[in-house]
Design a protein around this ligand. Structure first.
Ligand SMILES: Cc1cc2nc3c(=O)[nH]c(=O)nc-3n(C[C@H](O)[C@H](O)[C@H](O)COP(=O)(O)OP(=O)(O)OC[C@H]3O[C@@H](n4cnc5c(N)ncnc54)[C@H](O)[C@@H]3O)c2cc1C
Ligand code: FES
Ligand code: FES
Length: 497
């Protein structure tokens, strides 16, 4: 941030000490720093794209007044993103000749497998252990936490047993003992100074305010904005792109806000999925189920809704949901703010209504009105950690039995997430109980979308599923029910809470 008076290097806590880095190639991943620079090779590289969890580390941050440890995929996380956090790797768990309780449980239950997957599993279990008590029947909570850790050859049952054993009591380890001291160290690091490492041609920056962020993006409209890097990280590790200028949004306090007002919800662009989950689930339980199926615990702890919108993917999960909910997108370009209905942001495949240097600041979601019903469906080949073949969401307003309003949006059916306007128009005015009329309206979906065939699904499958999802949603709304699978999931999640 040349010309800016208050700027500082990268700082984080590791092994009880503050690490300060003022010389950093901007694209350095946390995994490369650990393995190549620090020679801490316990953290493994498997896929290098956020899928397998072999590289899982834990990041401690103070959230809601409490020190919280979240799992992170070090392979796609940029080192600069851990500014202000405590970094814990698998090397840090055993101490004084004693294994950490989760490591001991892995030994006791024969959960220790090969040297690639085991460190990642251990670190995911470490974060679960720190969360507090998993109920003795909290198998679902364990599965949710380790969904982003893959073993290609052995099995998961002993690992789940180890987790249920170690994590069913309150955490009591040296990290708990050190929590007050760690919290104080992290508080010392939390300042309002802009982070900038590098020079005008190549830098990693993490401004602390929206004004500083917008000034920087105007000065460097060619810079790459990074929220959680769960997309951008792969541009580096898989597409081998060179990104000389990186601006991280994660320290901008205005983009970190999550406000629940009387007229709705405002979600800052840098709020992670994990942070937004509770507020989204409060809008409708289907959205809670949906939120638990996005990526993995590692991806949800880093990925942001702002990044999911800004990347403009036709198969991103949040745009169809937010479009159906009637969300408004807010952006800022230098000092100029503007807002638009979210669906208007997506112009064509790979083309969004965003100028170079313009920043997505937040998205606002109106509170559903009385008589409005929401349903959300993610169709993918696996329950966890899978990209959608079809993502559909509906907001249906009823006046008695009459469909008074309809917002129906899909991802995976076109080059952009889009509303099914022909079907919406056909449904309005008809009785939700009139199955034949509903079926006729839904059959018009082919007029709204021309999906493509690819390895995830055929065009025919996508259209058929989308139509069936609308019918299913309307049937559920008419009868006041929810799908059985989702009910089971909700029940499990309730027990785990
Ligand atoms: C293993 C794995 C599983 C995944 N599973 C899913 C899934 O189930 N569903 C799904 O939808 N996605 C999934 N993704 C994709 C990804 O996690 C999401 O798209 C995520 O929301 C991206 O957010 P991010 O903050 O990490 O974005 P980043 O990677 O940081 O950025 C993505 C894009 O947005 C831009 N950007 C970020 N913030 C801003 C801003 N404030 N203003 C303007 N531009 C900005 C960046 O420049 C970039 O173009 C998965 C990814 C991985 C690696
Ligand atoms: S190496 Fe596979 S998730 Fe990082
Ligand atoms: S990948 Fe490690 S045992 Fe299967």
């Amino acid at each position: 941030m040349t010309g800016h008076s208050r700027q500082r290097p990268l700082r984080f806590v590791h092994q009880g000490r503050v690490v300060e880095i003022d010389d950093l190639p901007p694209m350095t991943t946390l995994l490369d720093w650990l393995r190549l620079d620090r020679r801490l090779t316990g953290t493994k590289e498997g896929c290098g794209e956020g899928d397998c969890g072999a590289c899982t580390v834990a990041l401690g941050r103070v959230k809601g007044g409490r020190l919280v440890y979240e799992p992170a995929n070090a392979c796609i996380l940029l080192l600069g993103q851990i500014d202000g956090a405590e970094l814990v790797t698998v090397e840090d768990l055993a101490a004084g000749g004693h294994l950490h309780p989760v490591q001991q449980a892995m030994v006791d239950h024969h959960g220790s497998q090969c040297g690639f997957c085991t460190p990642g599993f251990v670190m995911s279990l470490f974060t679960l252990y720190q969360d507090g008590c998993v109920a003795a029947d909290g198998r679902e909570a364990v599965l949710t936490r380790i969904a982003g850790n893959l073993c290609r050859c052995t099995g998961y049952r002993p690992i789940v047993d180890a987790a249920l054993d170690a994590c069913s009591q309150p955490a009591n380890d040296r990290f708990v003992t050190a929590a007050a001291a760690t919290t104080a160290m992290l508080a010392d690091l939390a300042d309002e100074t802009d982070l900038f490492v590098g020079d005008d041609n190549s830098f990693f920056a993490a401004p602390a305010s929206l004004d500083a962020l917008c000034a920087l993006t105007m000065r460097h409209p060619d810079a790459t904005l990074v929220g959680g890097a769960t997309d951008v990280g792969l541009w580096i590790t898989k597409q081998l792109r060179t990104l000389p200028k990186i601006i991280h949004t994660g320290r901008v306090s205005e983009l970190r806000r999550l406000d629940q007002g009387t007229d709705g919800l405002a979600i800052g662009a840098a709020v992670t999925y994990a942070e937004a989950r509770g507020a989204l689930a409060a809008v409708d339980p289907d959205i809670g189920v949906w939120a638990d199926r996005l990526g993995s615990a590692q991806v949800r702890a880093a990925g942001t809704i702002g990044g999911n919108i800004a990347n403009g993917s036709p198969i991103g999960d949040s745009p169809p949901l937010l479009i159906a909910l009637g969300a408004t997108l807010h952006l800022r370009h230098g000092g100029k703010a503007r807002s638009l209905p979210l669906e208007r942001f997506f112009l064509a495949y790979g083309n969004q209504d965003r100028a170079a240097g313009e920043v997505v600041t937040h998205v606002t979601v109106p509170r559903p009105e009385a008589g409005e019903h929401i349903r959300a469906f993610k169709i993918a080949k696996r329950n966890d950690q899978d990209i959608s073949s079809v993502m559909g969401a509906l907001k249906i307003g009823l006046d008695g039995c009459r469909i008074a309003s309809a917002r129906i949006a899909f991802g995976g059916l076109a080059g952009i997430p889009r509303r099914s306007e022909t079907v919406e128009a056909a449904l309005i005015g008809m009785s939700i109980d009139d199955e034949a009329a509903v079926a006729a309206a839904v059959s018009r979906i082919a007029g709204d979308f021309t999906p493509m065939d690819d390895h995830r699904a055929s065009a025919r499958y996508r259209l058929t599923v989308a139509g069936n999802l609308i019918r299913k949603a309307l049937m559920e709304i008419a009868t006041g029910s929810r799908g059985e699978t989702r009910i089971a999931h909700l029940r499990e999640a309730h027990h785990a809470a």
